[in-house]
Design a protein around this ligand. Sequence first.
Ligand code: ME8
Length: 652
Amino acid sequence: MPDPRKTFFITTPIYYVNDVPHVGHAYTTIAADAVARYKRLDGYRVFFLTGTDEHGQKVHQAAQKTGVGPQQHVDALHQRFKDLWKRFEISNDDFIRTTEERHKSVVRDILQRLYDQGEIYKASYEGWYCLPDERFWTEKDLVNGNCPECGRAVDKIQEHNYFFKMGQYRDWLSGHIRQNENFIQPASRRNEVLGFLNKPLEDLCISRPRERLPWGIPLPFDDNYVTYVWFDALINYVSVHGPLEEIRRCGFWPCDHHLVGKDILTTHAVYWSTMLKATGLELPKSIFAHGWWTVNGQKMSKSQRNVVEPNLLVDRFGADAIRYFLLREVPFGQDGDFSREALIGRINSDLANNLGNLLNRALNMLDKYYAGVVPAPNGQLPEDARLLDKASETARETHALFDHLGFNKILIKIWELVDAANVYINDMAPWNLFKTEEGKARLATVMYNSAEAIRTIAILIHPFMPETAAKIFRQLGIGESVESHGLESVRKWGGIQPGTKTAPGPQLFPRIEEEQAKKIMDTVQNASQAGTESAPAAQKQEEKLEQVSIEDFFKIDLRTGKIVEAEKVKKSKKLVKLKVDIGSEVRQVVAGIAESYEPERLVGRTIVLVANLKPATLMGIESQGMVLAASDNGKIVLAGFDEEVKPGVRVK
Ligand code: ME8
């Protein structure tokens, strides 16, 4: 049960719906998700917010290009973000859209209050305007006549507008940043903001004439104007809690962490902080600006045609592998490069070899020596204490690292524990202990500790890889709810109960061979090059086969079959030789499922067999049929039935 006094509020930027989401957007959202999940494990009541920024020039222009009205455009595009977050197992508690009335009414309320307080005034403005960034610059701000932020061309504009008296807060803000060490993180970014505040701070233009931009929230005190998109968007962090008066009652203010990319640090550190100050609301405890991802060394942008399509990445590698890679590969705060080699390297070494292997070998041994039941330990020796100490040290050290979002260090520490557990098994050599009576007494402790180390690891990786953690729990036989075990249970040894019946399953992360990797990445990049819109279409094309008539379909004789024998084909990594009872006879079938299924686990299973396939010879063995299975990112999952069916029944 979460402790009602421990609350935690974390946000991502709300993303523009001028385009579909890419891996950069996924990065911030996954990072926030990891923190939210960790805090929930630690007993906090968490409010994790993400959403979409749906007003402004960029979105308006994008809608115009697609030829639909802006509302229709944002309704369609925001869904792409929601869908992607589902695929990435993002556990957000709310999703705010700036076109929702609950948001617009709070924006109007804040604007009116600030106007009434004299914080907003109208003036004539002449200056330089960067359309893509939607920001005004003075002559002296420009770099070589271009926008100092993005380097693109700017337009000269003269018009009447409304201004927020931001400049008056410069010294106060500088002081606040200096006094609150964690307010802007990491430290290098904090210095950047302080440097920015060393120069005079201009007032902020917060309106756009409606005739130039009709798509926005009208100013409550002058409806010839709409609200500047940043002044509108930043308020989402408040409006999600309801009317302004609610903020003190909601229990989630001030915000604990605003996670943003380094591109939008100034708007958060300077605009948002001064807006809050003027409104009389408490500032966030921390604004963390992370680094920028490139792809193969290049900026990720649609014009470069190298956007990494996140849906395809999930299709091919699974959400957890991508979540792990993004947070493990580079320190949060620094820039990173997304490359095929780096991704495959991490999947094969960290996930398949180290983590996957640990689970497989431990469960196999439990199966072999204890029929899959976790034994009771027989007292701990000093050589066991090394593993136990490592586990508690990992829990302690990762906890401290979470305060500064040191994701990659946290993951390095957890993998040190994975390594320690693998080394423990090697050193204790259960296969030797099993040979003697004295050894067997010791074996119980070794196998118990191995299972408990895996349970601890599963809890610690849950924030980063929720699906994998649940799979490990399932295979350990302790349910799926990692959260119900909580962080407390990794702080003391002994959470897994002797007598627990394990349920080994398919490999967590099958190795990806070089050839296969190349093929996968080519599809991902080609689809991206065809434009992100066409990415799902490209995938469909690959799967789209010619239509067949029902008569054609019935030519295939699909039968239920019970596996009565299974053994690995010698010298083959992938093949298993099966004897399958299909009622009228027993067939010999060779299937390429050895990397996902141990032969012993196959016996007794009911599968679907293509019974009238022409026999073929594989590695010198005749195969009289084909077993139906799905191949998902290289992982093979057999088709089956949710109730018992006798062998030989036709499947249609
Ligand atoms: O700026 N590498 O929205 P946006 C890392 N609507 N992170 C990246 C990235 C990359 N290559 N590309 C994007 C906006 N991001 C405003 C925010 S908040 C009140 C309003 C991530 O769609 C990163 O978090 O341009 C960056 O700050 C954000 O997406 C920008 O998203």
